[in-house]
Design a protein around this ligand. Structure first.
Ligand code: MOS
Length: 758
């Protein structure tokens, strides 16, 4: 790692993509979703829709204790129930290797704990039996007949407050050191002109995608299977299942054409493994379609957090100390991952002295998963609340205070920013929002029962490049092109923007380009995570097209207008390959016909992102909101929103705006309503339904205005950063700051429900 870093720093930066000069060929075009008609007419096939001959249906039985052992499990009644094909428990399940984790890049699981291999219970909700029947109703009924007794472990770890002193520093936090320091903060915290030092708490959150997780598995003989899965990690689910069942990777095919929402946990959990195991054992294809309750119990969500932020400022508006430390949770045996709640503090502000420090506490609960801007969203709530309080203490406008503490390089890594236009994003957003008209005096604007307030917060999200993405590009002799990669469409517009990009790069109209995805038989994809998929595919396609140009030149006959040309002397436009600067050339159709070929194809891979070892690459933004707080009920409503983003070049303004808005809506849930109720005596989730776990509904969402700077990152493919996650970040902080402006009270624990606010 160190050597690679040294080498990377010595290398010159790559030249910017020449396509950036032709970015107007597609960037900025609000192409509607190419898969939109299929989705709105019911033609899109989701995992629960896939027709498999002879399909059976499975229901899971989940444990009702948080830790201990199964003492007895009686399946006779279930086995006798109508339609039942199989009841699988740890006593008859096939031998299964642990699932490799997502964090190891060799799988897609958040846990490598054994699945149904022993009598141990690791969390309340762990699947302990699978019942397979001819219909789903029969399976669910028979599952209710399985009788279990337990030997409960009295020392099961379920109560965060009682155990938090036993938290430990993890080995790494998303690849960074858990603790980083500069100078010493103690003196500054004693002597600052304005010092704030508070503890902030955020609750557990569960995933609530519209489509619950689903998997179907059909074995072909003993040694190969087809898996249909609602997943954001096609290739890595393939690798993971192959490992679990001891198969060659090629013997597992994973298909995932459409995913009804995925926010970080449509990865691998027990259900895919158990579905495949039950299909193997029963000799029948099996599908598991999760109930909403299953989603809460079997798949992980966001960890709770307890965070301390301490800031010390001089009266001139500089930070002499910045402390952000605290604790999150993971599952037992180190499963789950340490959410990076200190990442905003490592990037956003210049301070003479700082400490960031993260700890994790193992609990007997379903291992936490990534959930849209995992640590950044909850970390920014604490940090941005404290920054607002410091600005208030200094009598400064919160935007002007932030302007004065902008670092000239990354404060924690010391690397220069490849691109950082945070204050320009503030200026753009402030003008849209009308920030100048804000009354800075808290509790000074009332309309009837409602106090009105305005708040602002920064957001940031790292630019992530995951290794391993490949894509193929093929041009057929009829002049159409096909781009193929095992990527994912979860609602964000993947095929749409990829068709746009490939069409522009190949010089074809979008109607002549098709994008094939969602199948592990295609060139390997990365997990759709870290807001990294779009740019990773663009990098692979760019490489494939560069190779294709060489192939096309090789196929060129003597006498052709491009014969003898070098790759850098030609360009792809008007459905063919032409000499640069308006020179002569030949259409793909004619070239392939003359060469007697029905197609030409090349496979590309994104190059190593060495630029990330020299530069700090981040996206930034500013969130503005107006809230009203009821003096009667304590209810907080959001009146309007402006999000202003610095995420590089925006490729498709329509799909990108939807991504930003979707993130902000999720942030509103985090700010106001979402909270997993967890029984701290029993370790059981008590609100596993959307009736009791409150996600924002339309009536909770105000008009959301999103704007962006559209300044390309010179070091990123097509100058673009991912936009899937940054929208959540800063939302809860902006709401909390607006609530303070409305009623003059600081709330440091999410969500801001009426019971707390009144
Ligand atoms: Mo995102 S939480 O990396 O799907």
């Amino acid at each position: 790692q160190r050597v690679v870093g040294l080498v990377a720093r010595a290398l010159p930066d790559r030249a910017p993509d020449p396509m950036l000069d032709r970015k107007d060929a597609f960037a900025g075009t609000p192409l509607s979703r190419v898969d939109g008609p299929l989705k709105v007419t019911g033609g899109a096939e989701y995992t629960a829709d896939v027709a498999v001959p002879g399909l059976t249906h499975a229901a899971m039985v989940c444990s009702t204790i948080a830790g201990g052992r199964i003492e007895s499990i009686t399946v006779a009644d279930a086995e006798k129930a109508a339609g039942v094909v199989l009841v699988m428990t740890y006593r008859n399940a096939p031998v299964l290797s642990p699932a490799p984790t997502l964090m190891s890049f060799t799988g897609a699981s958040f846990t490598d704990a054994p699945m149904m291999q022993d009598a141990r219970v690791r969390w309340d909700g762990e699947p302990i039996a699978v019942v397979v029947a001819e219909t789903l109703a029969q399976a669910r009924h028979a599952a209710s007949l399985v009788k279990v007794t337990y030997a409960e472990d009295p020392s099961a770890r379920v109560d965060f407050d009682a155990l938090k002193s036993r938290a430990r520093r993890p080995a790494a936090v998303q690849g960074q050191r858990p603790r980083m320091t500069k100078g010493s903060v103690d003196e500054a915290l004693r002597t600052g002109d304005v010092v704030v030092d508070h503890v902030y708490r955020t609750p557990r959150h569960n995933h609530a995608a519209i489509e619950p997780h689903a998997t179907a598995v059909a074995w072909h003989g003993d040694d190969s299977m087809t898996v249909w899965d609602s997943t954001q990690a096609v290739t890595h689910t393939q690798m993971g299942l192959a490992k679990v069942f001891g198969l060659e990777r090629e013997k597992v095919r994973v298909v995932s054409q459409f995913v009804g929402g995925g926010f970080g946990n449509k990865m691998m959990w027990n259900h895919q493994v158990l579905c495949a195991a039950a299909a193997k054992l029963s000799g029948r294809p099996v599908r598991i379609t999760m109930s909403r309750e299953d989603v809460f119990r079997v798949t992980g969500g966001r960890t709770l957090s307890e965070q301390r932020v301490a800031l010390s400022a001089t009266r001139h508006g500089k930070l002499s100390a910045l402390v952000h430390e605290g604790t999150t949770t993971i599952g037992v045996d180190g499963n789950g991952f340490a959410e990076q709640f200190t990442f905003p503090a490592r990037v956003l502000y210049a301070a003479d002295n700082f400490v960031v420090d993260q700890r994790v506490l193992e609990l007997n609960m379903v291992p936490n998963a990534s959930m849209r801007a995992p640590g950044e969203s909850i970390g920014s709530f604490a940090l941005e609340s404290a920054v607002d309080e410091v600005a208030e203490g200094l009598g400064m406008d919160p935007i002007e205070f932030r302007r004065g503490v902008q670092p000239d390089k990354n404060p924690s890594s010391g690397r220069p920013f490849a691109m950082r236009n945070l204050m320009r994003a503030y200026d753009l957003g402030a003008a849209r929002f009308g920030w100048d008209a804000r009354n800075p005096v808290p509790r000074s604007h009332r309309e009837g029962e409602w106090w009105i307030g305005h708040g602002v917060a920064s957001c940031n999200y790292p630019y992530v490049r995951l290794p391993g993405a490949k894509a193929s590009v093929r041009i057929d002799s009829d002049g159409h092109a096909v781009v193929r990669t095992a990527a994912h469409e979860m609602g964000m517009g993947t095929p749409t923007v990829q068709v746009q990009h490939a069409a522009a790069r190949l010089g074809l109209p979008v109607e002549q380009v098709r994008f094939e995805y969602g199948d592990s038989e295609l060139p390997a994809g990365i997990p759709a995570g870290g807001s990294a998929q779009t740019v990773a595919i663009i990098a692979s396609v760019t490489d494939a097209v560069d190779k294709l140009v060489k192939e096309l030149l090789k196929l060129t006959r003597a006498g052709s207008p491009i014969s003898g040309a070098r790759p850098r002397q030609v360009e792809l436009r008007d459905g063919g390959i032409y000499r640069k600067d308006g020179g002569p050339g030949i259409s793909y159709r004619e070239l392939l016909r003359a060469a007697g070929r029905d197609h030409v194809e090349a496979v590309g891979a994104g190059s190593l992102p060495l630029e990330m070892m020299k530069h700090s690459m981040e996206s930034f933004g500013a969130q503005f909101c107006e809230v009203r707080v009821s003096d009667v009920t304590g209810e907080v409503r959001v009146n309007r929103w402006v999000g202003s983003f610095d995420t590089g070049l925006v490729l498709n303004p329509k799909t990108a705006a939807s991504q930003f808005r979707g993130g902000i809506v999720m942030g509103l849930g985090q700010a106001l309503t979402e909270e997993t109720a967890f029984d701290t005596r029993r370790g059981r989730i008590m609100n596993p339904s959307l009736a009791h776990y409150h996600v924002p509904v339309h009536a909770d969402v105000p008009p959301i205005d999103v704007v962006w700077l559209d300044i390309p990152d010179p070091l990123a493919p097509m100058g673009a950063h991912g936009v899937g996650e940054i929208g959540v970040v800063g939302v809860a902080g902006a709401v909390a700051n607006a609530v303070y402006n409305a009623i003059g009270v600081r709330f440091r624990e999410l969500p801001l429900t009426p019971g707390k606010v009144l």
